[in-house]
Ligand binder design. Structure first.
Ligand code: AMP
Length: 436
């Protein structure tokens, strides 16, 4: 199948061909025609499948073919994303695919000054890409009007719920026009009961579109487990990067503190390294990502949520320095490599404490991951397993459900934080990011 048969406008086809895409990915060939028909969609697709273009292209098509009422430029499409990085990436896609169309877009997220966003909104915006918290800030200050939204996209809805955004999402929905005059698209990698409830509430007679999950599509990813003692992981990692001359490695740790510590140690080993996690400012995260993409930074150490949605093409090596607590996160992590049909390698350094986590992951994958013990790094059999520490004080949250609770019980719910000075602090260290 080619893009020409999907019903997209000439301007969009031109932008697609300038991107060098020759044919639509499975999610694109399924979703684009359905969205063009104006139907609501419930789509199961993960990052790396081409889902962003899957909703961005038909969205741009609709907006450019329907003029806004009375010549004004109200927000007509709203894309909600869980993280700033994902918002930035979706915004980039909107710009790229919409470059031959007279549409304007804006990206809105916390952790940066609000005034430039207000200026941009004042000038008129057709497509708004936003994280829920900052969007509600704007709504409260009356600097955004969502009453004309024709298309709503919830991107990575499962992750938004994991991060405790359900109340914010409900508040945003209350600001939109009635369901019946709006087209709603919900993208999620998983379909929990909560996602189904949200879908029931939001979507009318949706078309269900699913593409193969990463753990079935990612056949091209070579996965290996290296059994090694916890105290020797860093040494083994440096050895592998150096001896195999890897130039671009994404390394996952469980906690922010662990990411910082490892990044420092790898720097001392002579490897240019940056850490990316929820405590880093937006500027620092963007800089680290840009340096990594450009090849100036050889090793990027990330926590799960910070890495979510990172669009780094053809990443050859992903290393699990520590296994994730949630088995699904393993699938997301290794999905960073072997993208769009390229070969990739995912390595996990596993110590005795992590054997249970490994079993859970293998149960999810429905297959064992091959073990490779490296000479000189064999684990010491006399070392006994210890409980896993998930934070500096060992108080880290291991389950998505816990993350949710912390946000609601703990620091200010959205209303409170909006009016106080704590808001800025909160933007910096979003509670939902916890120790990650
Ligand atoms: P996404 O799943 O939206 O994060 O997209 C993953 C990557 O696939 C991005 O780098 C896109 O630029 C790329 N991509 C999207 N559509 C296509 C396509 N039809 N052909 C090749 N690459 C694509």
């Amino acid at each position: 199948m080619s893009f020409d048969t999907l019903g997209l406008s000439a301007e969009l086809l031109r932008a697609i061909s300038e991107q060098g895409y020759s044919k639509p990915t499975p999610i694109q060939s399924k979703a684009i025609p359905v969205i063009l028909q104006g139907k609501d969609v419930l789509a199961g697709a993960q990052t790396g499948t081409g889902k962003t273009a899957g909703f961005t292209l038909p969205l741009l098509h609709h907006l450019s073919s329907r003029k806004a009422k009375d010549g004004k430029r109200p927000v007509r499409a709203l894309v909600l994303t869980p993280t700033r990085e994902l918002a930035a990436q979706v915004g980039e896609s909107v710009e790229t695919y919409g470059r031959h169309l007279p549409l304007k877009s804006a990206i809105i997220f916390g952790g940066v000054k609000i005034n430039p966003q207000i200026q941009k909104l004042r000038q008129g915006v057709d497509i708004l890409i936003a994280t829920p918290g900052r969007l509600l800030d704007h709504a409260q200050q009356k600097t955004v009007d969502l009453s004309q939204v024709e298309i709503l996209v919830l991107d990575e809805a499962d992750r938004m719920l994991d991060m405790g955004f359900i109340h914010d999402i409900k508040k945003v929905l209350a600001l939109l026009p009635n369901n019946s005059v709006r087209q709603n698209l919900l993208f999620s990698a998983t379909f929990s009961n909560e996602i189904k409830q949200l879908a029931n509430r939001l979507l009318s007679s949706p078309e269900l579109i699913e593409v193969a999950r990463r753990n079935t599509t990612a056949e091209k990813i070579k996965q290996v487990v290296y059994p090694v003692d916890k105290s020797r992981k860093r040494e083994l990692l440096s050895h592998m990067i150096g001896s195999k001359n890897w130039r671009q490695v994404l390394v996952f740790t469980r906690t922010k503190h662990g990411a910082n510590r490892l990044a420092k140690q790898l720097e001392m080993d002579g490897l240019s390294t940056a850490a990316i996690h929820g405590n880093k400012s937006q500027g620092a995260r963007s800089k680290a990502l840009a340096g990594f993409k450009a090849g100036r930074i050889r090793v990027l150490v990330a926590t799960d949520i910070a890495a979510r949605g990172l669009d780094i093409d053809q990443l050859p090596h992903v290393v699990n320095f520590e296994l994730p607590n949630v088995p699904e996160d393993y699938v997301h992590r290794i999905g960073r490599t072997g993208r769009a049909g390229h070969e990739g390698e995912a390595m996990s350094l596993v110590c005795v404490d992590e054997h249970k986590l490994l079993r859970d992951i293998e149960r999810l994958l429905k297959r064992p991951i091959p073990r490779l013990t490296l000479e000189g790094y064999e684990p010491d059999p006399s070392i006994k397993a210890e409980p896993i520490q998930n934070g500096r004080n060992g108080k880290g949250r291991s389950q998505p459900g816990n993350r949710r609770q912390t946000r609601h019980k703990g620091q200010a719910p959205s209303q409170k934080r909006r009016s106080s000075k704590a808001k800025q602090k909160q933007e910096k260290a979003h509670p939902a990011w916890g120790n990650r």
